[in-house]
Design a protein around this ligand. Sequence first.
Ligand code: GEK
Length: 241
Amino acid sequence: MTDRDDIYQTHLDKVPDFRFDTAVARVFPDMIRRSVPGYAETVAMSGIIAARYAQAGTHLYDLGCSLGAVTLAMRHALTTDDCRIIGIDNSQSMLERAGHYLALDDEGPEVDLVCADICNYPLENASVTALNFVLQFIAPEQRLTLLSRIAAATCDGGALILSEKIAFDADEQQIQDTLHHDFKRANGYSDLEIAQKRSAIENVLIPETEDVHRERLLAAGFSKVIRWYQCFNFVSYLAIK
Ligand code: GEK
C-alpha cells in the first residue's frame, strides 16, 4: 500500500515546476499508476523484452529507475547468467525508496542502485537499457548525445527500451489529450489537480513526435526501431543495435 497522490489537490496561487523530490517519491507508485495509461504493462513487458535481449556477462541499465519497478521486473525475468543490473536516478529520495524495495527482494542477479545524472554517468558493456518515461525530462539538446552514448555502450544485438509521452499533429494531439485527461479523471483526479499538474510539468516534460524519436534513434546508432506499445499519448519503442 502506498500513499495517495494529493500533491495538486488544493489550489496553488503559483504552481512551481515539477521536481522529483521527497513529496513526489512518497506518492510515486500511486501517481504514475493513475497518470500514465499502460504503466503496469510497460513495466512487465520491459522485463519480458530484457530477458529476450540480455546477453551473458553484460550490464542491464535502468536509467531514471525511480523506485526500481523496471529494475526488479528485469531481475525477475532474466534467465541469462552473470548479468549485472544497474538502476540509476538523480533523485536521492527516489533511490532511498528503491533501496527499500530492493532489500525486500532477494531473487535474481545482482543489482546496483546509483545516484547519478544519466547524462554524465559512464555506460559500458550493455545488452539492454531501459529508458522509460525519462528522456522526456532531459533537455532536448542533450537527448541525441545521451542516446548516442547508450548506443555506443550497447553490444551488437542489444536493445534499448524507450517509453515516452509523445506529441502529435494538432488534430490528434487534441484527441489524445482529451482521452488522457478522461483516464486521469476516471482514476480520481479532479479538474483542478489535472490543470495544476499540467502547469507544473509544462516546462519540465517536453514531448516530441514519433518521427523525431525514430530518426534520432537511428542517428544515435540503433539499426531498427519498433513501436511495441501505445496507450493514448504514451508509447514504447524497442531500438535494436
Ligand atoms: C519507471 N523509469 O518506473 N538523471 C537521472 N535520473 C533522472 C534524470 C537525470 N538527468 N532526469 C530525470 N530523472 C521509471 C519512471 S520517472 C517518470 C521514471 C515520471 C529521473 C527522475 O528523478 C525520476 O525518478 C525519473 O527520471 C522519471 O518505469 O515520473 O513520469
